[in-house]
Design a protein around this ligand. Sequence first.
Ligand code: NAD
Ligand code: DAU
Length: 337
Amino acid sequence: MKKLLVTGGAGFIGSNYVNHVLREREDYFIVNLDKLTYAGNLENLRESEKNERYRFVKGDVCNAELVDYLFQTYEFDYVVHFAAESHVDRSILGAQVFFQSNVIGTNVLLEAARRRGVERFLQVGTDEVYGSLGETGVFTEETPITPNSPYSTSKAAADMAALAYHRTYDLPVVVTRCSNNYGPLQFPEKLIPLMIINALNDKELPVYGDGMNVRDWIYVIDHNEAVDLVLEKGRVGEVYNVGASTEKPNIEIVKLILEKLGKPESLIKYVKDRPGHDRRYAIDSSKLQSELGWKPKHSFEEAMERTVKWYVENKTWWERIVSGDYRNYYEEQYGSR
Ligand code: NAD
Ligand code: DAU
């Protein structure tokens, strides 16, 4: 049995990871350490909460005493570090918590892993550390790190810290850098769930700038399968890009959602652009594909269909979110846009 510390396992990608791994593998025991920020939701883990191979710990990755206690108690083989403040727009409203959780928190985990010893430490990174592309080109693992938002800067610092712990202390670190995820359980501050929910509520769909910024989309389960593979088979000290080569301008995604829900395009409202808005992301994952044999299994068409259906069928999940503090966030972010 491999003992695995998952951080941020109550968030979107982390909870999909925990549920998926407990479903698919019998050789993992998971401790999920999550602070339950606005983005953490134990409802996401209903199917796993009674599993004997699962424990939940509410806590902050910045809490060195707690983190060290967990390493000492469980003697983890693996760490998969998802926990982070993850939303670019929120990092523009207030960056401090991003540097606290994403940089200091990562350092606390790296220190505990160094002192107590682990077989693998996987730092879950983002393609946003590579900055923005023009009309052509793709991000490879060799693309210079030039982040533009407070969020991506904090994630770049976390990646660099993890790689430095490998070089300096020989900690067996691997880093993944993934493109934009979508799927069930994504907090409705992000493009796809926000647009689905607004459309279902016949509310305006706020498209930033000219709607022609491009993102490269991947279904969350494909990302998580890559994480699992890199964790077990990735070469230590290496970075692996993860992406499904599905570039789409935002406006195309928004129109597709409206079409799937039978709602009119008149709901679209072009609003003031995001400051420092990266124009285009496109990720080359050929290293992961050729070295480890990973391939995305879900087509964009099928996985978008599934995602939209999930939000239509899980109204109580998102209604609880959008009727709470989210309303204040929405007003601050979009009220005068
Ligand atoms: P999310 O915001 O949905 O979830 C983040 C989780 O981390 C939440 O459960 C939250 O409670 C927890 N958390 C935050 N700060 C914490 C702290 N200090 N201590 C303990 N727990 C804390 O994020 P997500 O979209 O699931 O992203 C997960 C990871 O994947 C992040 O590291 C993010 O940078 C990375 N990533 C996300 C995407 C994407 O498209 N969403 C793409 C590439 C990489
Ligand atoms: O590329 C990976 C990154 O993808 C992850 O590291 C981040 O955690 C994740 O949040 C995501 O970042 P983005 O900024 O690309 O995602 P977001 O869903 O916020 O925005 C996607 C695009 O849609 C972006 O070009 C901005 C635009 N957008 C977003 C929102 C929320 C809009 O036009 N209107 C909106 O209301």
